[in-house]
Design a protein around this ligand. Structure first.
Ligand code: HEC
Length: 160
């Protein structure tokens, strides 16, 4: 009996390994869309040094075209999950394409940024597990909130 079980375990092990290997052939597209500096949020709004640092370390990997892919982005299925996040994040807000938003949408996005940071929703927790430099202290959050708020009246409504 034991040997039959052993053989089965071995077969299952080989099958699982084969599936994992096959998954690796489905690679994600890691070519960033062009990041035109003239269209960038930081370039256009000229924040203070600390805000620049926080935005770059905590937001830009997902919400811009300057994503730096980590080593595990080579490993499926983690890579798919990661790429999904980046695509989705850029769809909601892309700091590299800031000037393509009209004024109303920009204000709306700034409002959303404020809320996401205030509620501790952004950066995503799954990101800060690994990118400890992206963890925002209470003071960091306040600093960012202050910057997002400094653009004046918040526009209600969807704006998308
Ligand atoms: C690991 C990737 C990642 C990081 C880092 C990240 N975000 Fe996001 N962000 C997302 C994803 C995915 C969504 C869309 C889904 C959601 O809202 O959870 C999103 C959505 C948003 C939205 C839109 C919310 C809405 O209601 O449409 C805003 C605003 C935002 N993020 C701001 C930020 C800011 C500001 C930072 C940095 C402090 C940041 N994000 C960091 C992935 C990320």
């Amino acid at each position: 009996m034991k040997s039959i079980l052993d053989t089965m375990k071995k077969k299952i092990g080989i099958a699982v390994l084969a599936i994992i290997i096959i998954l690796q052939f489905f690679r994600i597209d890691k070519v960033n869309p062009e990041a035109v500096l003239a269209n960038d949020f930081i370039v256009n709004t000229n924040p203070d040094e600390k805000t620049i640092k926080l935005l770059k370390s905590a937001c830009y990997d997902c919400h811009s075209n300057t994503t730096e892919y980590p080593w595990y982005s080579n490993i499926a299925p983690v890579s798919w999950w990661l790429k999904d996040h980046i695509d989705e994040a850029r769809g909601h807000l892309n700091f590299s394409e800031w000037t393509s938003y009209d004024k109303k949408k920009q204000l709306h996005k700034l409002h959303e940024c404020y809320e996401e940071v205030e509620h501790g929703e952004m950066p995503l927790e799954s990101y800060t597990w690994i990118h400890s430099e992206a963890k925002l202290s209470h003071e960091d959050r306040e600093h960012l909130e202050h910057w997002f708020k400094s653009f004046g009246t918040f526009v209600d409504g969807d704006g998308d």
